[in-house]
Design a protein around this ligand. Structure first.
Ligand code: 8ID
Ligand code: ZN
Length: 354
């Protein structure tokens, strides 16, 4: 009983906005290649990356027309004929992340950097994503969702959660260290605050406005710096950390502003994890102080299958909770407007039963 058509939110051209169509075709079982599966989605989170893709403000361009979305959860309803050794079966509840598929055999895949595979397929960027009711995905890369973990609560772990989980995992921090999180009130950031706490870190959140301040402090940040109001972000962070500066920063802001002071507020030996993806900006770091303070600058790009399962497991056990509001698929345009204006504390999850 798979329907022939479905609702899907489509971007025809970069910057043309998003339109919901009611009669978008659904692939049938016969049209699935070996290794592909069809997932009937219950919901999908909306990530700032989807907005970058729809606007076209990145140096890499999405395939058009584009169905965005890469934080989906649903049930496997078909698997391509002749699929061998599928880790999932019909009826399994799974998540769709940004990395839809990779070859699993190249050096990057073998070393656990599946996201850098030259054959990587990206949900909602190079292949149709989760802003539709039925998505074609890949049996090897869908993420199993544990029983009892509600789909809407799990959705945003698949990008926002996995991404910050991995960035924190590789941040070279120890229990009790200070971590600064610019963008802490957003989708990635509010989960970074929580994964950092799970790791025993002390968090300083940077973002703007009362709603994000309240959220960050409630989630366990010890200090909130409002980047629109503070006259001296570096001074405030140094003061909070006993004059030394922070051990690490995970920058999750969608604009380059979040990066500018990081070298100055990190203590010697500090690590800057670059996560937020402003399209055209360059990292304007002082070479002198990067060297003099032995600073490390590392890029961190989503996560592999293992990171995804670890991030989901931590959340499913209640240690990290997505702060989200649900809306219908038709609200996607308003969600993008709210995101561009910086008005969304946490995440919006689109609920396809609405
Ligand atoms: O794999 C990756 N590295 C990855 C994965 C997923 C998303 C990277 N991203 C990128 C997105 O493409 C986007 O550029 O991370 C960025 C953040 O995504 P998001 O969390 O989904 O966006 P959001 O919910 O809009 O949150 C961004 C926050 O940044 C704040 C905003 O107020 C908002 O709360 N912010 C901005 I814009 N400028 C800031 C500044 N100068 C700032 N916070 C502190 N200082
Ligand atoms: Zn994302």
């Amino acid at each position: 009983n798979i329907p022939k058509t479905q609702r899907a939110a489509i971007v025809e051209k970069e910057g043309s906005g998003v339109t919901v169509k009611n009669n978008h075709p659904v692939k049938s079982q016969d049209q699935l290649a070996p290794g592909e599966c069809l997932v009937k989605l219950e919901c999908s989170g909306a990530c700032h990356t989807d907005l970058h893709a729809a606007t076209g403000d990145w140096p890499l361009k999405a395939s058009l027309p584009l169905i965005g979305g890469h934080e989906g959860v649903g049930v496997v309803v078909a698997i391509g004929k002749d699929t061998v050794r599928s880790p999932v079966k019909l009826g399994d509840r799974v998540g769709i992340k940004w990395l839809a598929d990779s070859c699993l055999n190249c050096e990057h895949c073998r070393k656990g950097r599946e996201q850098n595979c030259p054959e990587a397929k990206l949900s909602g960027f190079t292949v149709d994503g989760t802003f539709q009711e039925y998505v074609v995905s890949y049996v090897n890369h869908v993420t199993p969702i544990p029983d009892g973990f509600p789909s809407d609560a799990a959705a945003s772990i698949l990008c926002a959660g996995v991404t910050v989980y991995r960035a924190i995992k590789y941040s070279e921090t120890q229990i009790g260290d200070w971590m600064v999180i610019p963008g802490a009130g957003g989708g990635l950031g509010h989960l970074a605050v929580q994964y950092a706490r799970v790791r025993g870190l002390r968090v300083i959140a940077i973002d703007a406005g009362e709603a994000k301040r309240d959220l960050c402090l409630q989630l366990g940040a010890e200090k909130f710096v409002d980047f629109k109001e503070s006259k001296d972000i570096v001074g405030e962070i140094k003061k909070a950390t006993g004059g030394e500066g922070a051990h690490a920063a995970v920058v999750t802001s969608a604009a380059s502003g979040g990066y500018t002071q990081a070298i100055d507020y990190l203590r010697p030996g500090g690590v800057l994890m670059a996560v937020g993806l402003p399209g055209e900006a360059t990292l304007n770091a002082s070479i002198f102080f990067t060297v003099f303070k032995s600073i490390k600058i590392l890029g961190s790009y989503v996560g592999n299958r293992q990171d995804s399962m670890e991030a989901i497991d931590i959340a499913a056990r209640g240690n990290v909770t997505v702060h989200f509001e649900t809306k219908p698929l038709s609200a996607l345009k308003d969600v993008y407007d709210g995101m561009a204006a910086g008005n969304i504390a946490g995440r919006i999850v689109l609920d396809y039963s609405k």
